[in-house]
Design a binder for this molecule. Structure first.
Ligand SMILES: NC(=O)c1ccc[n+]([C@@H]2O[C@H](COP(=O)([O-])OP(=O)(O)OC[C@H]3O[C@@H](n4cnc5c(N)ncnc54)[C@H](O)[C@@H]3O)[C@@H](O)[C@H]2O)c1
Length: 331
């Protein structure tokens, strides 16, 4: 049976991947690796791991080269889907070093181990972001995969660096590699530091909702399950050496995301409070995903309106999860 290494799957996107894809794909064995940083919460995936003999877990840090090499020597991996990363832009502004250590050097450790100790036909799938392309004006066309890499924040620079390393391992060593670049994800199990879960929590507590700048920045949003379906298709069928944009077809201004949340929760817009803008705040991201659509049949199935309602309702019904992840990590 093919054995796949999944990194970072105690976090937001990876835990949804475990629940909706890995747990159901019984023709594969999945070893889930996570360092359980502040953003990783083992109980989120514990039930799936306990109930499925084709899933197993190891607590490990991708920055630890020896440990990663040993893990690859012990296992006959035929694939890696690499979600693990430091993922919060604000943290990268206050503490950039760990972003380089995890996102760049950690990825390099996985690439080297794949090359040196993986099966000859091992496939490496790197989960990346639209932020590597930099920003767009209001009128520029959406990013295609041909757009130049032009990151603005230490986070996006670290992801762009790891994208370039992945491509260099394809070009130089012929390591079978693919990259996914997605829009902002939203959905259940997102750590309450990112825009949507933060705003839901503040609105529920009737606290002020802090919105950067004038709130006019635009993001494209993709429901996490749509994104993960795209990642799985790229991993299975994407052409080696290629990057694939996975967009949600839902461009929306930040202020409108916040107003929609208040509206769903029937809370007043007076709770909105504009705060000093994020340093280097990108103006707009938008994704042209026609390549993934044509080659792999990828397309978002959940509209932002439906997905946001689902997400708000999930957080309303899972306050215990929110408490446990924040208490666990002393946030
Ligand atoms: N969330 C988004 O909107 C979004 C958008 C585009 C791309 N991405 C990318 O998708 C991936 C997953 O993002 P997410 O939102 O689920 O992030 P997350 O912060 O919720 O989860 C990251 C996971 O990685 C683990 N991790 C961190 N450092 C590690 C290390 N050194 N060794 C092993 N594990 C480590 C954490 O414990 C956590 O479980 C990331 O690569 C991110 O850059 C996310």
């Amino acid at each position: 049976m093919k054995k796949i290494l999944l990194t970072g799957c105690a976090g937001f996107i990876g835990s949804n991947f475990v629940k909706k894809i890995a747990a159901l794909e019984k023709d594969y064995e999945f070893l889930i690796l996570d360092a359980l940083t502040y953003a990783g919460h083992y109980p989120t995936i514990e039930e799936e791991i306990s109930n499925n003999s084709h899933l197993s877990f190891v607590k490990a840090d991708i920055r630890d080269k020896e440990l990663i090499d040993t893990l690859f020597k012990k296992n006959d991996f035929s694939g890696v889907i690499h979600f693990a990363a430091e993922s919060h832009v604000d943290n990268s502004i206050s503490n950039p070093n760990i972003f380089v250590e995890t996102n760049v050097l950690g990825t390099l450790n996985l690439l080297n181990a794949s090359l040196n100790f993986g099966r000859d036909d091992i496939r490496f799938c790197h989960v990346s972001t639209d932020e590597v392309y930099g920003q767009l004006s209001e009128t520029e066309p959406a990013f295609t995969e041909e757009h130049k890499i032009n990151p603005s924040s230490p986070y996006s620079a670290s992801k762009a660096s790891s994208d370039l390393l992945v491509m260099s391992y394809f070009e130089t060593y012929k390591l079978d590699s693919v990259i996914t670049r997605c829009s902002n994800n939203y959905g259940p199990f997102q750590f309450p530091e990112k825009l949507i879960p933060v705003m839901i929590a503040k609105a529920l507590a009737s606290e002020k909702l802090p919105v950067y700048g004038d709130g006019q920045n635009i993001r494209d949003w993709i429901y996490v399950d749509d994104h993960n379906k795209g990642v799985w298709e790229v991993f299975k069928k994407g052409h080696s050496g290629n990057a694939y944009n996975l967009g949600g077809d839902s461009e929306i201004r930040n202020i409108d995301v916040v107003k929609n949340i208040l509206n769903i929760l029937e809370k007043p817009e007076e709770l909105i409070s504009f705060v000093e803008d994020r340093k280097g705040h990108d103006w707009r991201y938008a994704m042209n995903f026609s390549k993934a659509n044509k080659e792999l049949g990828f397309g978002p199935t959940v509209t932002f309106e439906e997905g946001l309602k689902e997400t708000v309702s999930w957080y309303l019904n899972n306050q215990q999860w929110v408490k446990s992840v924040t208490m666990d990590k002393k946030c």
